[in-house]
Design a binder for this molecule. Structure first.
Ligand code: NOJ
Length: 574
């Protein structure tokens, strides 16, 4: 069906909006960059005591205390800095990059509560004191996205040095860091005891898996380029396994990526949008295997994610479905008040502008049955098909999507205080900034969202043409047999299942949970193979005759598997 033509003439009110948005961006961009650099040691004015190249997550020292180097935040900040440098947009950033490299060499040698440098298990530590010493208090650890994000920042730098024929620095200074991180990713990507990036949950995380996959591909390409190929075959096997596992997060019936598999939540989460922008590859088109920003799955997911906040923040009340709203980490979030975040709201805009850029380069956009609900936001009569950039449908849709994408920046504009500072969150009712002030990651996300809007893209990482192998192999490590027995009285037709943090326990996905046998009723049993020497969480669930699910009460059950042999767990339904 053809769409009625929308005249490409902006109404006076839209004109005002777009003018004020561009003037906001031109004012905010230098403020964001100055404030981002102010949080980096040793010279940063808001980072006293931080060693050179150490990014302070926020200068806030109480409620919350963010005066730490978080490997996630720091690596994402340096991903932005490296992109600015290698693109030639700001060559003055080189000294910061070399400081970062030196700091990471030191941090990789620090034993910490996640493990030892000798075993390489310390690399999963999420945060450090800004003087490069270990943070020893209790924390959700390990968090396994950090080493991957560091690989991405450093390989981008390495590739630019190789292009300038500086292989020596790459081999001597960057490769040792990347090698350790890539071995860590390759060995531990499938270990279930990984806390996801959001403090509370121990489970698999889409963001972590996606950035791990990207990082191993980058490490493999670099290894081949500098002739350090001893790990290439092992890493390639694991990169293929990770890509395969990545597909399992997609929830086809509900049209979204189940971002984390931890007990009881919807799994609709900003980490999917962050993953899509941070694994964007300008050469990969709208490939859904790697969930590119314009892929049908990532667009369907974006709609579900954005819409999940329409009724939870009073700031969003009464806003039409075709307009932007403030978004946060996930709708069930209560952290620091459970408010909208600047960086997640900006990430939505970034994903959409990256999609627009990709369609424009391709000269067309394709709507599938998966992405149709997303496109119907902008035209209820649109149907699946490929629309050339010369068609009126393409023009109508892309101009509406561009306006929608800008709407997310306009929300951030509305809740940016007059000094241009970006905190972590803004209050869900009043819009005033709350939680950590001057969050470095908020500034990086504004800068990358502005770049995407301006069509400034980062480099390709080799996502083009990747395909998923027919059978997914799990991480090739030793396994043990674990028998789960649970005493549970059930009514007729009711059955007991188990799900948990390991893929062999369906990665917390209740719809593919493992059935227990009632042969010894009221003891229900099943034996599964689980990774050896691993901390695994699980819960039993009841599936009722009408298909509904009842979870056991909190907290999750926890088992640490032995190094070899078999073990039996005897539980009682809670
Ligand atoms: C909490 C966020 O959820 C986490 O991802 C981040 O690394 C820290 N704050 C520090 O900004």
């Amino acid at each position: 069906m053809r769409l009625s033509l929308l005249f490409p003439v902006l109404s006076p009110s839209l004109l005002v909006l777009s003018q004020s948005l561009s003037s906001y961006i031109s004012t905010e961009q230098p403020i964001a960059k100055t404030n981002l650099l102010a949080n980096i040691g040793a010279a940063g004015v808001k980072a006293p005591g931080a060693k050179p190249g150490i990014v302070v997550a926020s200068p806030s020292t109480v409620n919350p205390n963010y005066y730490y180097f978080w490997l996630r935040d720091g690596s994402l900040v340096f991903k932005y800095i490296v992109d600015e440098y290698v693109s030639g947009r700001d060559t003055s950033l080189l000294s910061h990059i070399n400081d970062f490299v030196a700091a990471q060499t030191i941090l990789q040698g620090v034993d910490n509560p996640s493990g030892t440098a000798a075993a390489g298990t310390n690399l999963g530590e999420p945060k450090y004191y800004v003087n490069e010493t270990a943070f020893l208090d209790s924390w959700g650890r390990p968090q396994r996205d950090g080493p991957a994000l560091r690989i991405t920042a450093l390989t981008t730098y390495a590739n630019s040095l190789l292009a300038a024929n500086n292989k020596t620095f790459v081999t001597n200074s960057l490769w040792p860091i990347i090698l350790k991180d890539a071995n860590y990713v390759s060995s531990f990507w499938n270990q279930s005891n990984a806390y996801i990036s959001y403090l509370q949950i121990q489970s698999s995380s889409f963001f972590t898996t996606a950035v791990q996959h990207r990082s191993l591909r980058e490490a493999i390409t670099l290894a081949n380029a500098i002739g350090q190929t001893s790990q290439v075959s092992a890493w390639t096997t694991q990169a293929n396994n990770i890509l395969c596992f990545l597909q399992s997060y997609w929830n086809p019936s509900a049209g979204y990526i189940t971002a984390n598999t931890g007990g009881g939540r919807s799994g609709i989460d900003a980490n999917t949008v962050l993953a899509s922008i941070h694994t964007f590859d300008p050469n990969a088109g709208c490939d859904a295997t790697t969930f590119q920003p314009c892929s049908d799955k990532a667009l369907s997911n974006l709609k579900v994610y954005v819409d999940s906040f329409r009724s939870v923040y009073s700031l969003n009340s009464g806003v039409a479905e075709s307009s932007a709203v403030s978004t946060g980490r996930y709708k069930e979030d209560v952290y620091q008040g459970g408010n909208p975040w600047y960086l997640t709201t900006l990430a939505v805009s970034e994903q959409l502008h990256l999609a627009l850029k990709t369609w424009s380069t391709a000269g067309s956009l394709t709507i599938t049955s998966t992405s149709l609900p997303f496109f119907q936001i902008f035209s209820s009569s649109v149907t699946a098909g490929t629309y050339s950039s010369t068609s009126s449908t393409y023009t109508t849709l892309t101009s509406a999507i561009s306006t929608y994408a800008d709407g997310f920046i306009s929300i951030v504009q509305k809740y940016t205080p007059s000094n241009g500072g970006l905190a972590e969150q803004f209050d869900k009712s009043s819009g005033v900034p709350v939680s950590a002030v001057d969050l470095t990651w908020s500034y990086a996300s504004a800068l990358t969202a502005f770049n995407a809007r301006a069509g400034l893209l980062s480099n390709s990482w080799g996502a083009k043409g990747l395909s998923v192998s027919g059978t997914c192999q799990s991480n090739a490590g030793p396994t043990v047999s674990v028998t789960f027995n649970v005493q549970a009285t059930t009514s007729f037709g009711e059955n007991i299942f188990i799900t948990g943090s390991d893929p062999a326990l369906s990665s917390w996905n209740p719809s593919s949970a493992i059935a227990l046998s009632a042969a010894n009723y009221p003891t229900w049993s099943v034996t599964v193979k689980l990774p050896a020497s691993a901390g695994i969480q699980y819960k039993y669930i009841r599936k009722e005759t009408d298909g509904s699910i009842v979870w056991e009460s909190d907290p999750n059950m926890q088992i640490t598997t032995p190094a070899s042999g078999s073990v039996t767990e005897n539980d009682t339904w809670r």
